[in-house]
Design a protein around this ligand. Structure first.
Ligand code: ARG
Length: 466
């Protein structure tokens, strides 16, 4: 009989796969980054095996030391990953068995199918926490930028046409709300990631008396009630990637929010708007046009959203035709997942840093916000307050706007006679409608861009975000 290789499936096969096949099927070139979580999972599994009497104390000691040494070696960049050992799991197990013969017992009652499900869940828990933190830091940056320019008013837009005045801070706080929901989605996703699949074996559990609750507790798979959270169906546990899809969906939505914010920054920093300037460090020049300063960070944040959305679609497509249970197709989940986590996290981080380096052109904002047409709806409201039906008021103000256009004068430069020529309901006090400061103070509804309300929202977010 040929000598047993340090890992797994050697008995059944006369020789290893052809080089081309190995290159096609290996995953260690990307899943190596699960090493820390793989070691953690192995450590917990080994402790459990000792607990139930499969490993002796000294075997557990040898395995523990071996795993720790391997971790230190990887950390120091001295570990040699071998593609012929296929994936991170077999690389680490082989390295352990070389050090400690007891390593050959580590895979007792375990399959790479429940092992990889475990590793990805452990890894994702950390990623979710990190992404949620970056998202919160971005929220803080938005609130701070808004608070630094609390008095600045800009036109709000619909259809990219000037609509009504809003505080610059109100516009930014809209994104704070979006990112808050992103964090809530990540948090909900975390709850479903935080379930321990280990003990599900290849697909059908194990005949050995494993202690699943022990492993779950060791690895922090514990609910808010303090009870261990175990997957309840072994077949589901090894083939479920819902949690990965959910993460990619939540992250994709976060990326879409980043992309929209990027688009606003790009527009605002154009000469046409000129509301803000983005610091040089977050822009680049043109190789040809000497005057150019391009908002590349914002553009790439918008652009990279495409791949994040693509990753979500790739995962859904990967899963849709899979028969139960584990299929090797599932190995394709990792690069999509890694790319999403890396891309969105970097996007959140860079956006927060860039916002800290944005200057606001208060004069250009004020000039745009002074456009009296932004207050046409307020004029209609004025008529409504004087008893006119809104539909009629809308029509009357439309006629005034047309008249002003005819006269070639801004709306707030019409004489009382000109107002009254359109409708006698107008009084001299219509001029007050165009006092922007008063107009902003009038917006008192919860969630409206009024002076007091925006101040209240800024304070609320500052407190909530710490
Ligand atoms: N590299 C594999 C993956 O990422 C690990 C599980 C392999 N299991 C198997 N039975 N071949 O999904």
């Amino acid at each position: 009989m040929k000598k047993a290789s340090p890992v797994s499936r050697s008995g059944r096969f006369a020789r290893g796969p052809a080089a081309e096949v190995a290159a096609f099927t290996e995953s260690v070139s990307f899943d190596w980054r699960l090493w820390r979580h793989d070691l953690l999972g192995s450590l917990a599994h080994a402790r459990m095996l000792a607990q139930v009497g499969v490993l002796t104390r000294s075997e557990l000691g040898a395995i523990t030391r071996g795993l720790q040494e391997i971790g230190a070696e990887i950390e120091a960049g001295r570990f040699r990953w071998k593609p012929e050992l296929e994936d991170v799991h077999m690389n680490l197990e082989a390295a352990l068995t070389r050090r400690a013969p007891a390593g050959a017992k580590l895979h007792t009652g375990r399959s790479r199918n429940d092992q990889v499900a475990l590793d990805v869940r452990l890894w994702l828990r950390d990623e979710i926490s990190a992404l949620a933190q970056e998202t919160q830091a971005l929220q803080r940056a938005l609130v701070e930028l808004g608070a630094r320019h609390a008095g600045v008013v800009i036109p709000g837009y619909t259809h990219l046409q000037r609509a009504q005045p809003v505080y610059f801070a109100h516009h930014l706080l809209a994104y704070v709300e979006m990112f808050q929901r992103d964090r809530e989605r990540l948090c909900a996703c975390f709850g479903r990631v935080n379930v321990c699949p280990l003990g599900s074996g290849a697909l059908a559990g194990s005949t050995l008396p494993l202690d699943r609750e022990f492993v779950a507790r060791e690895l922090g798979f514990v609910g808010p009630d303090g009870r261990p959270r175990l997957s309840q169906n072994s077949m589901d546990a090894v083939s479920d990637r819902d949690f990965a899809v959910e993460f990619c969906a939540a992250a994709a939505l976060g990326a879409v929010h980043l992309s929209r914010l990027s688009e606003d920054l790009i527009l605002w920093s154009s000469r046409e708007f000129n509301f803000i300037q983005i610091a040089d460090a977050y822009t680049t020049g043109s190789s040809l046009m000497p005057q150019k300063k391009n908002p590349d960070v914002a553009e790439l944040t918008r652009g990279k959203t495409a791949r994040v959305i693509g990753n979500l679609v790739a995962l859904l497509t990967l899963l849709k035709g899979l028969p139960m249970t584990y299929n090797r197709d599932l190995q394709e989940d990792k690069e999509r997942l890694f790319d999403t986590a890396d891309t969105v996290r970097a996007g959140m981080r860079l956006m927060a840093a860039m916002l800290a380096h944005v200057t606001v052109n208060a004069a250009a904002c004020a000039a745009a916000a002074r456009d009296p047409l932004l207050l046409a709806t307020d004029v209609a409201d004025y008529l409504v307050k004087n008893g006119m039906a809104f539909r009629q008021a809308h029509h009357v103000v439309g006629a005034v706007v047309a008249r002003a256009e005819q006269l070639g004068r801004p709306l707030d430069r019409l004489t009382l006679a000109e107002w009254q020529a359109v409708h006698p309901a107008f009084g001299a006090d219509v001029a007050d409608v165009f006092d922007l400061e008063k107009a902003m103070a009038r917006r008192q509804l919860p969630g409206a861009p009024g002076t007091a309300e925006v101040k209240r929202q800024l304070a609320r977010w500052r407190k909530a975000l710490g």
